[in-house]
Design a protein around this ligand. Structure first.
Ligand code: NZQ
Ligand code: ZN
Length: 388
């Protein structure tokens, strides 16, 4: 096992009816800025529940943080925050609202010249150091990203067609409320996206090198198996509370740092996927389902032992030959994505793979990006993966 430090300060309040606690969880003094997206929370009653819980408090609202949150939108909120002297941000929504709010929280007190510098991390670059942030809390309505219990934020810039991230301990939410009932209204596509995203978060931390970490492996396998078991239940019956709850907690556990302790991590699928979203506007999970299978095929040798282990333990695959077992595992992963309705080819989105490969290659080449646990996924490798 590799050395590690694990520290996660996020208080999770999980279950039915828990939004009513937001008034006690948020600071009682000072001005709160409530951030949200395009209106789903107004249609499903979450907005009313939050407003009721914050009755009598000093609240300003910022509406309209879009999916794949835009830097341009977030900067409007930064201005509002500064003008209104906001003391606390309450993000209510999916990963995009929460990520956008984390960026806003860090950007408000940022002293550097160019706020975009915070987000330069990603394809090849290091972001500027975040030294403080406005404290924030969240009410999660879409299980997928794990952002409710991690220190990451992913933001896109429309003017330059870039999708970048930053990570800072200052943007860990102070608390996150996870009420599975809020997810009853998710469109089928978003439910499936969330399941695929969480699944691939586990893949990025599990399908790497076997470093003799049996506890983390089994924790990761627990998340895989729970997602596979619960996905068809939530898709068949969107109001199945238990399935929704199990998926919600699985998605949080997929990216709150625990399963990643002491193991090698990959994240190449995510980095390549971010490029596809930046260029073609595909949903985050759609890009992952397209990139992961050919990436695993290309990296099969380097990931062989873990692919075989995943095949045995998750999909019940046994084959005399390791290579055949690994291929069967990849086919089973593809079948799982397709079973929840997330396609695994670019052609499903009317995108020519040769064209996407050339475009993404040029973008990554200009940044000298190299990805993967062995730092061997070069722009040339990405071109091969996307054209496969
Ligand atoms: O904007 P509203 O009206 O709220 O609608 C949203 C949005 O259109 C809707 N929605 C959310 N909750 C709902 C709901 N509709 C009905 N009922 C509900 N309960 O769903 C749509 C998608 O929401 P979004 O927040 O974009 O989805 P998700 O949670 O999948 O977030 C995706 C973003 O997170 C980033 C992605 O790159 C992408 O930008 N990620 C963040 C990570 C992190 N911070 O650690 C890690 C991930 O790998 C990922 O990169
Ligand atoms: Zn993801």
């Amino acid at each position: 096992m590799l050395n590690f430090v694990f520290h996660n300060p996020v208080k999770i309040v999980f279950g039915k009816g828990t939004i009513s606690q937001v008034g006690e969880l948020a600071p009682t003094k000072g001005r709160i800025m409530m951030t949200y997206g395009g209106g789903s929370i107004k249609r499903n009653g979450v907005y009313d529940q939050v407003k009721e819980a914050l009755k009598g408090r000093d609240v300003v609202e910022f509406e309209g943080i879009e999916a794949n949150p835009l830097y341009e939108t977030c900067m409007k909120a930064v201005k509002l925050c500064q003008k209104e002297k906001v003391d606390f941000i309450l993000a209510v929504g999916g990963g995009s609202v929460i990520d956008g709010s984390k960026f806003i929280a860090a950007a408000v007190p940022y002293q550097g010249k160019d706020t975009w510098d915070i987000l330069r991390a990603g394809a090849g670059d290091e972001g500027a150091e975040v030294k403080s942030a406005i404290p924030l809390g969240t009410v999660l309505t879409l299980p997928a990203t794990g952002t409710e219990m991690n220190a990451n934020s992913v933001v896109s810039r429309k003017s330059t067609m870039e999708k970048r991230y930053f990570s800072s301990p200052f943007v860990y939410p102070q608390f996150s409320i996870l009420d599975p009932e809020t997810t009853f209204t998710l469109p089928e596509k978003q439910t499936a996206n969330g399941i695929v995203d969480a699944f691939v978060h586990v893949v990025e931390q599990y399908l790497t090198v076997d470093v003799n970490s049996p506890l983390q492996d089994r924790q990761a396998e627990a998340v895989f198996l729970t997602l596979i078991e619960e996905a068809p239940k939530a898709l068949a019956n969107p109001r199945d509370y238990d399935a929704r709850a199990n998926i919600m907690w699985s998605a949080t556990c997929a990216l709150n740092g625990l399963i990643g302790c002491g193991v090698q991590q990959d994240w190449a699928t995510h980095m390549i996927g971010h490029e596809l979203t930046a260029v073609y506007g595909l949903d985050h999970a759609q890009t992952l389902a397209v990139v992961l299978p050919p990436l695993l095929r290309r990296q099969k040798k380097a990931k062989l032992d873990k692919l075989v282990k995943m095949g045995e333990r998750i999909f019940g695959i046994c084959a005399a030959d390791k290579d055949a077992a690994a291929e069967k595992t990849i086919v089973a992963i593809e079948a799982f994505f397709n079973s929840v309705g997330v396609p695994t080819t670019l052609s499903a989105y009317n995108i020519k793979s040769s064209e996407a490969a050339a475009v993404v290659y040029r973008r990554l080449k200009s940044l000298n990006s190299v990805f993967g646990e062995h730092a061997d996924i070069t722009p040339e490798a990405v071109r091969d993966i996307l054209s496969a």
